[in-house]
Design a protein. Structure first.
Length: 97
């Protein structure tokens, strides 16, 4: 089972999709229960994106489409920190075995 599949199993209510977006600045988005991840990204970026979007699913409420609003910027920062922390924890878990 791949690392991405493990994340998918942690969030059975979400549907994860791999999409081809030839833009290096686009990594992913969640729309409803569907998480779209850029298939052109490397594996680590895909994992971070999956965790980032799962955080939005669990923690956000309301419209976050305007990325100039303070609440949106705070939510993006929190999701980024969550994804980084989860990846560091999983890396340290695997290195202890």
């Amino acid at each position: 089972m791949s690392d991405l599949e493990i994340i998918e199993d942690l969030y059975p209510e979400l549907r994860f999709w791999s999409i081809d977006v030839p833009n290096p600045h686009f990594h992913g988005v969640i729309i409803g229960q569907d998480v779209y991840i850029n298939e052109n990204d490397d594996d680590l970026t895909k994992l971070k994106t999956a965790l980032h979007e799962a955080f939005h699913h669990e923690m956000d409420c309301g419209d976050l489409s305007n990325n100039r609003q303070t609440i949106v910027l705070k939510s993006e920062g929190a999701a980024r920190r969550f994804a980084d922390k989860q990846l560091k924890l999983s890396i340290s878990d695997t290195s202890n075995h």
